[in-house]
Design a protein around this ligand. Structure first.
Ligand code: UDP
Length: 385
């Protein structure tokens, strides 16, 4: 089975990190076509996965795109579509990993007569997308996709609610290599104290936030919560603005200054050693203010043995069993978050038992091997029909 994977991004976000693991399995029989260059290409090359940048022009269709700008951008998409369709003829199927990649793949599937799989990693709701965008994606999925893989039940339900065909969808969670996380996490635990010292947070209870800096990821909620906690409690924000959200980054820095928290809130930028850093933190916070499609960071924290507090919406609610494998708080509720952080700070034994249960659950339910097996089976049965 030869697969043409498509992804619009050159940068390493959650969708790209998940695709890295899937494509690695098919590395001898696949090509990953990207619509932009960046550290995602290097990560694919590092794992000997064939990759090609399919366009030098930025594909400008934003999540909030309107009809006019959507149509205008079609002109710039055409050469990309033709190139993709020609390439697809050398493969058995097209596997679109992101939304713009899916739109390109949908047209290419007609021209190349190769089946199209859409790995849906977005909640298709008005909170995340314009009405035009939703209509286009759902219509194309209903008519052009042979299979939609949803990364959570919440993602699947939003697709169906938006008018998507339920019979097309299969829910497959993201998978993780638990042994790799365990090994790297041990390194992080061993160097936790020197690391805290290095970033000026020695003797602090450190809450880690691991996500691109974007308003709906809710870093501002964590900062506000820290302001309500005693001074022994601090936060690190790991991640960068991947899609040009520079105004939000400035706003976060301003918020930290205004609240007098510069000694207790550190911005670490984009990092690649996530398991080590998570294991060096005392607690991991997920604070998305809109429903999260999946939330890789939640399972990663569990696999690193660090307790997690997550915002209760979307896929996150399928990952955390409240008070058993972690804590859940209402999205946007900084007071509730501050309360959980202080509970965690004061209760090391509760933290330990939550982390232990979370590790077992994550190992059992989010095994990379099983996920790859499911995807492989689904693709094979698609090609055999
Ligand atoms: N991540 C990373 N470096 C950073 C911040 C985050 O590699 O500096 C990773 C994080 O470990 C996770 C992914 O980015 O694997 C984010 O995935 P998630 O599903 O949480 O959110 P998404 O970016 O897909 O919305």
């Amino acid at each position: 089975m030869n697969i043409l994977f498509l992804d619009q991004s050159g940068k390493l976000g959650g969708a790209e990190l998940s695709l890295l693991d899937v494509a690695a399995t098919f590395r001898h029989h696949c090509l990953v076509g990207l619509f932009a260059d960046g550290n995602f290409r290097s990560a694919l090359e590092d794992r000997q996965i064939p990759v090609q940048i399919l366009t030098q022009q930025a594909v400008k269709v934003s999540k909030e795109t309107g009809l006019i700008s959507g149509l205008t951008s079609l002109g710039t998409l055409l050469p990309l579509v033709v190139k993709t369709a020609n390439l697809a003829k050398q493969y058995d199927l097209i596997y679109a990993n992101t939304q713009k990649a899916f739109v390109v793949g949908a047209i290419a599937t007609f021209l190349s007569r190769r089946p199209l799989v859409y790995h849906l990693r977005d909640i298709l709701s008005p909170e995340h997308f314009s009405q035009t965008n939703l209509r286009v994606v759902v219509t194309l999925a209903n008519h052009c996709a042979a299979l939609v893989i949803a990364n959570s039940q919440a993602t699947r339900d939003a697709f169906v609610q938006a008018g998507g065909r339920a019979d097309l969808v299969q829910v497959i969670y993201n998978g993780f290599d638990a042994d790799r996380y365990a090994q790297l996490a041990q390194l992080g635990r061993d160097r936790a104290e020197p690391w805290k010292q290095e970033i000026g947070l020695e003797n602090h209870f450190v809450v880690g936030h691991f996500s691109r800096l974007s308003p709906w990821k809710g870093q501002h909620i964590l900062i506000e919560a820290i302001a309500h906690c005693p001074k022994e409690i601090a936060a690190v924000l790991v991640g960068d603005a991947l899609f040009g959200e520079t105004e939000y980054v400035q706003q976060l820095h301003h918020q930290v200054e205004q609240l007098g928290l510069h000694d207790r809130v550190k911005f670490l930028g984009f990092q690649s050693e996530i398991p080590q850093l998570m294991a060096s933190c005392d607690l991991v916070a997920h604070t998305s203010t809109a429903p999260e499609p999946f939330g890789r960071v939640i399972i990663e924290a569990m696999l690193c043995g660090t307790p997690i507090v997550a915002a209760a919406a979307g896929g996150a609610m399928e990952l955390v069993n409240p008070e058993t494998t972690g804590w859940l708080t209402s999205p946007g509720d900084e007071i509730a978050l501050a309360h959980v952080i202080q509970t965690a700070y004061k209760s090391p034994t509760v933290m330990e038992s939550l982390a232990k249960a979370a590790l077992e659950t994550a190992k059992q339910q989010f095994s990379l091997e099983e996920v790859i097996e499911k995807i492989d089976q689904s693709l094979k049965s698609l090609l055999s029909t």
